[in-house]
Write a new protein. Structure first.
Length: 495
């Protein structure tokens, strides 16, 4: 080891990885981890950070981020950094009509990979944290899909989502405009199989969901009491099953996003047994909130799939603990009241009386990112439902391995990016508003025990004890490598 002075030394903490918890100091230079050891007190560093009594964790990776509607990359990444996340994996694609509605000028180009390029240039300037990109394929890509997917993979965008619900050919509504037909889902999977890509699906049966919504609307059953009934569990497990059959036929892996229904767990188990690389993601709200919360707090908790019941919540925790579910993503959209009620940030609205909102006219989306990790720590680690090591696996190691960015991101061995959190397990916090633009904090009022007190990206502190000290203009785009993924031959194992 050279005598060169390091940039920072994090001392006295307990380092948590997916495998174990050890007493370890971390020496940081040039944005990377240089050395990890039980006692590095002899090393010279410009800054010494005391982590005694605290844990050192790799930062969170938000596997499911939408920084293009309410909160954009500036405030979105601020919320992320406050919450211990410094790699945001954003869904970016050809939802051009939405980019127009939400003023994303970079999103108005015609060719899907050009939209992604525009986003990367914009986000490098505006974000406080690093980011990767998931593609988003819509019906607008149907004519040049054969070029779109290989081009995305070449750019390091190796995963792409399609919507199996919100069928524009059934329901004529601003919120029902994203689905692609099964034929196109199948083509996406085939192209993924040939190019090392990972298809992601929003799995709800769009035809049945549209049928139910039409029926409920025509009978005037539009209150929040009908939110859950109109999107029952079976629509989700059926769609996951259908997507898994398609992936198996096409020879591609599969990543169904934001899972919520208990019936999905045996479906994932079955296809795993059959040898399909299938990765399951859930969200902090499916782990901690239910339909009862929606009935109490109203339209602000509308999300898709909907909040479900205690049995579903238990199944999600069990799935996380046993390894059937592999990741937790925020699905943060940063929606404001105006946006939820009118579809536009500038829309004028009158706050509906509780129980009198038309739930089908309310946009689905929550504000979850800033408190995602502390919420899961409080309800998962503190209660013994998952271990600290599992917490690190699902928030850091697994997403990095699945999306081909490990071990640069998601772990802290020497040579990796120095993206770390100092976590205070004794720090209490009552959730108020987030640091973004949203006036609807999903976990508002929840009491938390265990919070990040410092967040670092590539050795630079972004948030220090509740203060944002990071700067815009230093964010890096992280490219996924298809050959380094958990589904590539010889790739890392995900648990
Ligand atoms: Zn989403």
């Amino acid at each position: 080891m050279s005598a060169q002075i390091a940039d920072a030394l994090v001392m006295g903490g307990l380092l948590v990885s997916g495998d174990n918890v050890t007493r370890a100091d971390v020496l940081i230079s040039d944005g990377g981890v240089r050395e990890v050891g039980p006692d590095l007190s002899g090393r010279d560093a410009r800054r010494v950070i005391d982590a005694a009594g605290r844990y050192i964790l790799p930062v969170g990776i938000d596997s499911h981020a939408h920084p293009v509607y309410g909160d954009k990359m500036d405030t979105f990444s601020m919320c992320a950094a406050y919450g211990g996340v410094t790699t945001i994996v954003a869904f970016i694609g050809s939802e051009t009509h939405r980019h127009e509605r939400f003023g994303n000028t970079w999103g108005l180009r015609k060719y899907n990979p050009d939209i992604v390029k525009g986003f990367i240039e914009y986000a490098e300037q505006d974000s406080y944290t690093d980011f990767a990109v998931h593609g988003l394929v819509t019906i607008r890509d149907q004519d040049d899909l054969d070029q779109v997917i290989p081009d995305l993979v070449r750019m390091g965008v190796i995963s792409y989502k399609v919507f199996m619900t919100w069928n524009p050919w059934v329901l004529d509504s601003a919120t029902n405009d994203l689905a692609v037909p099964d034929e196109m889902v199948m083509r996406v999977m085939e192209l993924a199989a040939h190019n090392g890509g990972l298809p992601m699906v929003h799995a709800e049966n769009g035809c049945c969901k549209a049928y139910l919504e039409t029926r409920y609307r025509s009978q005037g059953m539009t209150s929040i009491q009908h939110c859950l009934d109109s999107a029952p569990n079976i629509l989700e497990s059926e769609a996951v099953n259908r997507a898994a059959i398609m992936a198996q036929l096409a020879g591609s892996p599969l990543y169904p996003v934001h899972l919520s229904a208990r019936e999905v767990v045996p479906v994932l188990e079955r296809y795993t047994e059959l040898g399909l690389p299938i990765f399951g993601e859930t969200c902090p709200h499916y782990l901690t909130l239910t339909n009862d919360d929606l009935l109490e707090k109203g339209y602000r908790l509308k999300v898709a799939p909907p909040l479900r019941q205690n049995e579903d919540q238990d199944a999600m925790w069990q799935g996380l603990a046993t390894g059937v579910l592999n990741t937790i993503g925020s699905d943060f959209t940063g929606y404001t009241r105006a946006l939820k009620l009118t579809g536009s940030l500038e829309g004028e609205f009158v706050e509906p009386e509780p129980g009198h909102e038309n739930i089908f006219e309310v946009a689905a989306g929550l504000s979850t990112l800033e408190h995602m990790m502390p919420v899961v720590w409080t309800h998962g680690v503190n209660t013994g439902r998952i271990t600290m090591q599992r917490f690190v696996q699902v928030f850091s190691e697994n997403p990095a391995k699945i999306f081909g960015i490990w071990p640069q991101k998601g772990a802290l061995p020497p040579g990796s990016d120095a993206d770390l959190i100092i976590w205070d397990p004794a720090k209490r916090h009552v959730v108020g508003q987030e640091h973004g633009i949203s006036d609807l904090s999903t976990f508002e009022g929840m009491e938390l025990l265990g919070m990040p007190v410092m967040t670092m990206v590539r050795g630079e502190v972004v948030v220090d004890d509740g203060r944002l000290v990071g700067k815009q203009g230093t964010a890096q785009y992280v490219r996924g490598d298809p050959n380094a993924t958990a589904y590539a031959p010889g790739g890392p194992n995900v648990s």
